[in-house]
Ligand binder design. Structure first.
Ligand SMILES: Nc1ncnc2c1ncn2[C@@H]1O[C@H](COP(=O)(O)OP(=O)(O)OP(=O)(O)O)[C@@H](O)[C@H]1O
Ligand SMILES: [Mg+2]
Length: 96
């Protein structure tokens, strides 16, 4: 069998997202990893409050930092790291 490398549209690697809240730090995402191939459609399912929306807000780059803290993790959208993008790059991606 020939191993073919899957082309990824989205790769979330060990993503941690915390929020600074009145009581201290709320650790909402604690090591999320997801791969989505090009042309693939994926649904996120889970109980209410488990972090589905926060995960996708991180991908869209729409979590305000601060108060959101992203201590570790990587989000690659078509190979580009969303967490390191500058504002104008992000705007272009959101437009698409
Ligand atoms: N800006 C924020 N500051 C503090 N806590 C937050 C913030 N946004 C989300 N949370 C908390 O993060 C957790 C995950 O929320 P999220 O909205 O991602 O859940 P969900 O899986 O999308 O739930 P639902 O199925 O109800 O849409 C919840 O406990 C929520 O209260
Ligand atoms: Mg939600």
């Amino acid at each position: 069998m020939i191993a073919t490398e899957k082309k990824l549209a989205l790769e979330i690697k060990n993503l941690h997202v915390h929020f600074r809240v009145y009581e201290g730090i709320s650790r909402v995402l604690d090591g999320v990893s997801i791969e989505v191939g090009k042309g693939e459609r994926v649904g996120l399912a889970g109980e209410t409050g488990c972090g589905k929306s926060v995960t996708m807000k991180a991908v869209m780059g729409i979590l305000k930092r601060p108060p959101t803290i992203i201590p570790s993790g990587e989000i690659l959208l078509n190979g580009k790291n969303v967490l390191k993008m500058i504002h104008t790059e992000l705007i272009r991606i959101k437009g698409q």
